[in-house]
Ligand binder design. Structure first.
Ligand code: AVI
Length: 322
């Protein structure tokens, strides 16, 4: 892997039968959205980010391009950049291109393949930059390699509004664990999707080409492949809608018929019209996100938005630091 050595804290990434069955045996059936991202699901997600209807990726990129110098000045020289999620994206390149003498780059991801690919790509673009990839489920462990390069401060980077895929209390817990890893002088640069016209949200999760539907249904195909399930994909419908009461887009898979599906050693019964809840994508306005972050020990220093007010990038520092 181009001389970059990988720190493996993962316990493997196959779907856990116990977790899947717990979700499917709950009164509101559910599956964890992290199961979307096997190889096929990750490719489908890449396609989603290029769809006309899916505005967040383009809006965040516009912000990063317009504010890169400003952001780099905020982060300061010789910082250690710790990215949660895979770091192969253009956003990471924009940031690294503008940072002053970054001390190192630590991408953390559960997908070993994506991590290796991202680290190798970045190593080619930045041959002098120390890169320390960590293979881990970052929602479950805050651990980092002990031998990290010396730096002025640790900056956590969490783009893509993935924070919206946590229910708010889990988001708070995750943000608090990042504050701990970042330490007293730490910073956090995070992308957050904003509340907006519900029709625009509806279109973003119900694209005309059906890529989001394929992404959602792939979770059942994955269970067929990995845990010996026998879901008939054409007996389920992708159903996504914006719920303004909770300010979240909900994605479900709705059973089109009464049916019983085998999942590992269990039989799961579905009534006609019953759903599996597969994802929540919470939207925040800036004061709401600031309040959530404050409960996790962060203080907002600056917020950048695109000219259409669709997306936001927040820079926060650990509260109580000088
Ligand atoms: C990764 N995450 C921020 C995406 C979102 O918008 O919540 C996942 C996604 N689900 C459907 N489309 C995109």
């Amino acid at each position: 892997m181009n001389g970059v050595s990988l720190h493996d804290l993962s316990a493997g990434q196959a779907a856990s039968v116990a977790e899947v069955l717990r979700g499917l045996q709950s009164p509101q059936k559910e599956l964890p959205c992290k199961l979307f991202y096997d190889e096929i699901g990750s490719q489908l997600f890449e396609q989603i980010t290029t769809l006309d209807e899916y505005y967040p990726t383009r809006a965040e990129l516009r912000i990063m391009r317009a504010a890169a110098a400003d952001i780099a000045a905020r982060l300061g020289p010789e910082c250690l950049l710790i990215e949660y999620g895979s770091g192969s994206s253009i956003k990471t390149h924009i940031l690294l291109d503008h940072l002053e003498r970054p001390a190192g780059y630590v991408p953390i991801d559960i997908s070993r393949e994506q991590l290796e690919h991202a680290a190798a790509t970045l190593a080619r673009s930045y041959p002098a930059l120390p890169i320390l990839p960590v293979c881990a489920d970052y929602t479950a462990t805050a651990e980092l390699p002990t031998a990290l390069p010396p730096c002025t401060r640790r900056i956590a980077y969490y783009p893509g509004s993935t924070i919206g895929n946590f229910v708010p209390e889990d988001a708070r817990r995750f943000l608090a664990s990042i504050a701990e890893v970042s330490g007293r002088d730490g910073g956090l640069l995070i992308g957050v999707d904003l509340k907006k016209d519900p029709l625009m949200l509806h279109r973003a999760y119900n694209d005309a080409l059906g890529v989001t539907a394929a992404f959602n249904l792939n979770i059942l195909a994955r269970l067929n492949r990995e845990v010996g399930a026998n879901f008939a994909l054409d007996h389920f419908r992708h159903y996504a809608f914006y719920n303004p009461v909770f300010a979240r887009v909900e994605m479900h898979l709705v059973s089109l018929t009464e049916q019983t599906v085998r999942v590992a050693h269990a039989n799961i019964h579905f009534d006609r019209g019953e759903s599996i809840w597969t994802e929540a994508s919470y939207k925040y306005n800036p004061p709401e996100f600031a309040a959530l972050a404050a409960r996790a020990g962060w203080r907002v220093q600056q917020v950048w938005m695109d000219d259409r007010g669709l997306f936001s990038v927040h820079y926060l520092t650990v509260a109580g630091a000088a």
